[in-house]
Ligand binder design. Sequence first.
Ligand code: ARG
Length: 458
Amino acid sequence: AGQDMWGGRFSSRPAEIMQAINVSIGVDRRLWRQDLAGSRAHCRMLAKQGVIQSADAEAILKGLDAVEAEILNGTFPFRDQFEDIHMNVEARLSELIGEPSGRLHTARSRNDQVALDFRLWVRDACDRSIAQLKALQAALLDRAEQHAADLMPGFTHLQTAQPVTLGHHLMAYVEMFGRDAGRFADARTRMNESPLGAAALAGSPFPIDRHMTAAELGFDRPMANSLDAVSDRDFALESLAAASITAGHLSRLAEEIVVWMTPMFGFATLPDDLTTGSSIMPQKRNPDAAELVRAKTGRIMGSLVALSTVMKGLPLAYSKDMQEDKPPVFEAFDALDLALVAMTAMVSALRPNTERMAAAAGAGFSTATDLADWLVRELNLPFRKAHHVTGAAVKQAEALGVDLSQLPLEEMQKLEPGITEAVYKVLTAEASCRSRQSYGGTAPEQVRARIADWRARL
Ligand code: ARG
């Protein structure tokens, strides 16, 4: 039993409930690759430093290879009685190679071991998220390029505001996901220090070389304080924070897809293979994938709260509370994985109804601001006065049941005598978009320039 690892000072086996609340192998077995990598690096370092004999080190390394083979071919016995992945591996190693296995844990504790394994896992998760975010950005760039000049209404308060292009709208998400990838990269840089060799909490009296193991495991350096090394989980929290912000962005895009797909909007559809039907209503085509991306945000943000709550108030150094760090992190990154890949598929397959979007872009008096701007530019009206005149024009158009671009010139001139026929040139959605040439604006040239910037960066 796990107790064999420390049984010297114990006279009875753990109660059933002790084992039930303590066991974590069902969750932390996912750390096996990291655990083996850490053990190999530690073993080689111990041999190089003369802490263990090289013959023992060789036996251990061979044994670890055998453990790996068993895990890969599904014959490795994951046993609750050995509590966690670290003791399961060591117990199996002992069964496979006998006495030398007992030397592997020299100058090491499960405290620095688990801190190492978990850090390696989270580092990989961040790398995976960055790669998936880039794939999503690439998909958005392709669609943005395709629709760089296609019109859609821009909204504020979900009320028609000003015309924009669909390409511009999609590029807004490219910016967001770019910052998300940056947050994962920042978190990775900060977490990339090795806790291995901190041992239980105080360091080790053996002549270990922490720089060697750090380098072998791809870290920039060893962590500088052994207490911090075994008790910090802020690397996981920071990654969950990055995941939460990413999830928030995914959720906003998912919500837009849901809204666009409602027949009342009719802005876009998804192909059959990315939607579901209803078991009772034959007409239905439901955006379940978008809804689930939106919903995964709950799990991901919940994980940040869960781990923050576990960690707050823990005295230094390790406490068993910290074993509860893994479920929320695994859950969050599993959810984020699915959400990012599902969103990439939806973005690539989305079928915008560009005619309907363009029609909506010109409706709802969306070019009212263009009229006001024209009055300022051509007639030198103060903007506040121009705003008022335009408001009156909208009111009159509404009363006559026409759009601003259809409001007769006489009606306009009743409100402002200086208005001429030339005004109609600025009242189309297309002219409105084309005119917004300011850096980062919605004019197609601007959108294409930003797409080119991103293509060079990705
Ligand atoms: N399963 C434990 C965890 O995940 C490993 C560390 C145990 N250390 C200890 N001193 N009991 O945190």
